[in-house]
Design a protein around this ligand. Sequence first.
Ligand SMILES: [Zn+2]
Length: 420
Amino acid sequence: MPLHDAGMVVRSACAVAVLFAGALLSAQRPSTWRCKNVLAKDGASWMQDVVVTTILDHVISVKPAEPGEPVDTDFGDAYMIPGLIDLHTHLLLRPYDQVTWDEQVRTESNELRAIRAGTHALQTLRAGFVAVRELGTEGAGAADVALKEALAEGLVRGPMVFASTRAIARRGCYGPDPEDPTTKKGAQMVEGVDEIRAAVRAQAALGADWIKVYADYRHGSKGAVAPTFSRDELVALCDEAAKCKLPVAAHATTDEGIRNAVEASVRTIEHGAGASEATLSRMKAKGIVLVPCLAANEAIVRYAGHRGPIVERLNAAKAGFQRALAAGVTIACGSDAGVFAHGENVRELELMVEYGMTPEQALRAATSTAAAVLGRTDLGHIGARQSGLVVLTADPLRDITALRSVRAVIREGDERWGPR
Ligand SMILES: [Zn+2]
């Protein structure tokens, strides 16, 4: 994956701040953490008896323990992995079985939703996730950018946030009340190339790190799911995003919608269950990553009481995931948390394994693969400076549900949480 250009720009623009941070780092006493099993960079094996040194939230060194070496904290025979990454979250939403999506967008104030998002962020961090890609505030403007700033200021605790602000949908093809253009909507509604380009620029100006587009969706409130934008319109959207140095994530579930987004060169396809073999081979050839959001499907079917035609969604999601896996498409972890409870993000990895990945593949989907999608070499493996450290009491390469045995999450200095 090429480096994310926008990150490069930010880094060079912040050279002075980095120098200052360097001075701050050297003034801090390092913390040392010893652990019997530390996940190696290959994501497939354990380094034995290791001391990891951190200063603030930076990993400084990873070395074999010397005999009798004193450390600040000894985790004994636990398992240490890098912080996990979820590429598809909605911190501005809460589970739909508490309040439906429609009700949240229609009636809850953006201010209340933003404050609640702070709690959701902490729940996510405590579950071992140190970075999330927020794919749409669903009507709450650029509250994800505000949350990102609040996290940077230390006002709230949570994962690193990659924001996308409002998301872009075609007029008439997103709720609430798709047919009524006068009511509040869950995305920025546009039509035609000029409006598409203007929306991309507006969202970039709000602070988006990614552009999220709905490449297909229900037409009206009762219509079938079908492509929203034409291929040319998606090409224009990706072109404008590229001018703003922003990558694009496309929600798409139909083969045609996915194909349009793939040919327009988005970076990731969200959901993607309907991709044909031909489309999957184009995705693979172009290095476009699938983010399947399996956990959200499971939650929606559960909320429906496992009754009615919606149950078919589970089978379709499972079959689509298995076709993509067999086709060799790169698959990364994105759960769509917000549809279901924040902090339950690991469910995505459990389902990936249930549907055919090895635990090692699933873990990689939430670490090194996800870091590559974000274009961040400082995330995704222990030794990467901002990876964070997650200490588990059981071995996740043997049993992926061990990811629920969080004993500590180390990020931002010596702060630790767990056991839950
Ligand atoms: Zn979503």
